[in-house]
Design a binder for this molecule. Structure first.
Ligand code: AMP
Length: 421
């Protein structure tokens, strides 16, 4: 039978057993945030379109070309979130979290949607881990956030990644720099499209990957050479804290991020095993975002890490991150009496916090043992009618095939003790 309904273009299903790797990556990436006092936030997968139009920026590709925007039945313009930061900031403002203790440190994880041209590592539905620290402008906080992003990758065992770091200045120095850059770009030989881009957001041209553009940018003025005294001091302090935290980085003075609202510290983490879509995470400080969304003038710093792309990086490095995916014990009943006992034993084990499973339907010994092997269990409990008549069950170590008879009265305790040993 061939399926005439398929997952939409640019999306995919994550099925067991591979999904265990996905969960392990997702959870490992969020663990450093939980350890650092960040609180979990859940926001809607769709928001008022204005949240992204204003919070991501009208000039970005994400807003101008990639959003899933629709009118609901009540005529409201809604958009599936293309990233998580704007929604978290909207919640921060709506619930007046800025009135409490600062910084407000939050994290979230979930689906994001962008109508992009699908290719390896670039999807229309993907999962992001998101970290935000709102309300305080302190270089030590920038360093904390950057270090947390890096920690997640380290905890997965990844080594072939690089932290790219720069400062994008702020309102005190970026406007003057922007003029210098516009003047410089005006003298170059650029196509119409790029010229238009240079007018809307000249910094984006620095990030143009095409060799014919890059070749002309060698002498381009760089933001880091034109920082004001205060942004320079901020950037120096961030780097000092990062060194103290044992984080290494590469200076990336031409790094520009896709979203409009970044200021000061800006970073990206790239992995060398991924081809064109090499960014596994990125973020930075965005001191104008709250105000753009109608909130008070508070600062923020955060990052987003792509779970799907990080999983590709894990696979590229040949790492096995799902240490444990199956159940601990598998119960094999042979016969009607045994079935009742199996259902009861599995229930007891699960209540005691031990993962257990059994077979359903009439599978026979061979099929049941195959299911036991596939389950990932280290131990099987075989309940045969003849054994039961004698008051015992067989506890089998599936790794060594060793088998011991256990009196039924001791079965639960013995299974529990054996699989948790
Ligand atoms: P961004 O919000 O664009 O800064 O992206 C943050 C991270 O999300 C990137 O570093 C990627 O790992 C991931 N990401 C962004 N867009 C996609 C996509 N279309 N498919 C898969 N992952 C993505």
């Amino acid at each position: 039978m061939s399926a005439d309904l398929q997952a939409p273009k640019g999306t995919f299903d994550t099925l067991p057993p591979a999904s265990a790797q996905f969960l392990a990556v997702r959870d490992t990436l969020t663990a450093p945030l939980r350890r650092a006092g960040y609180g979990y936030v859940e926001t809607p997968v769709f928001e008022d379109t204005a949240v992204f139009a204003r919070g991501v920026g009208e000039s970005t590709d994400v807003v101008s070309k990639e959003m899933y925007t629709f009118d609901d039945r009540g005529g409201r313009s809604l958009t599936l979130r293309p990233e998580l930061t704007a929604g978290l900031m909207r919640a921060f403002i709506e619930h007046r979290l800025y009135g409490g203790a600062l910084p407000v440190k939050l994290w979230s994880v979930g689906s994001a949607f962008r109508y992009e041209r699908p290719q390896a590592g670039r999807y229309r539905h993907f999962t992001q881990v998101d970290c935000e620290a709102f309300g305080i402008d302190d270089p030590a906080l920038d360093a904390e956030v950057v270090a947390l992003a890096v920690q997640g990758f380290r905890d997965l065992g990844l080594t072939d990644f690089e932290l790219l770091l720069t400062s994008l200045g702020d309102a005190t120095c970026r406007p003057q720099y922007r003029e210098l850059l516009v003047d410089f770009l005006a003298k170059l030989d650029l196509d119409e499209d790029t010229r238009r881009r240079a007018e809307i957001n000249p910094l984006r041209v620095l990030d143009d990957k095409r060799p014919e553009v890059q070749a002309q940018l060698d002498d381009a003025p760089l933001m880091v050479d034109h920082l004001s005294d205060s942004t320079q001091a901020h950037y120096d302090a961030v780097r000092e804290h990062l060194s103290d935290l044992g984080v290494t980085w590469t200076e990336a003075p031409k790094l520009v991020r896709g979203l409009d609202y970044y200021t000061k510290t800006t970073f990206e983490v790239v992995h060398s095993g991924l081809g064109a879509q090499s960014a596994i995470g990125g973020g930075g400080r965005y001191d104008g975002l709250s105000a753009a969304l109608g909130g008070p003038d508070v600062s923020g710093i955060g990052y987003a890490v792509g779970v799907d792309r990080t999983l590709l990086a894990v696979q590229a490095e040949g790492l096995d991150v799902a240490a444990y995916a199956g159940v601990q014990a598998f119960v094999v009943p042979l016969g009607a009496e045994a079935k009742k006992l199996a259902v009861r034993l599995v229930g007891q084990l699960r209540q005691a916090g031990i993962s257990a499973d059994t077979v359903y339907g009439d599978r026979g010994l061979k099929g049941a043992m195959k299911a036991a092997d596939r389950s990932g269990a280290t131990h099987a409990v075989v309940l045969g009618d003849r054994d039961l008549a004698e008051g015992v069950a067989q506890l089998k170590d599936l790794r060594t095939q060793e088998q011991t008879a256990v009196p039924l009265g001791e079965l639960f305790d013995q299974v529990r003790a054996t699989v948790t040993r």
